[in-house]
Ligand binder design. Sequence first.
Ligand SMILES: [Mg+2]
Length: 98
Amino acid sequence: MFQIFELTQADPKSLLQRTLKLSEETGELAEAVLSVTDAPGSAYKAHTLHDVREEAADAALVALSVLAQTCETSEEFSAELDRLMREKSAKWQAKLAE
Ligand SMILES: [Mg+2]
């Protein structure tokens, strides 16, 4: 999926550094959402929903890269991503149905 496994292998970050990068990206997402929702002290930054989408994509990409770094092969990454998304979304769906 979008060469995420291969890109992760080509990027020399450690698992710890990649996880900290995810924290950085979620911070950027938080900043954009605070601005878009006119949170006191953040509205002046004038972010847009386009910025929110961009930062959500950055965070998702880095999260997938963390997952990829725990896998030995592209096939394992794809299988694990598929399994985890199925399991986690089913769990979410069940929770909503309670
Ligand atoms: Mg970003």
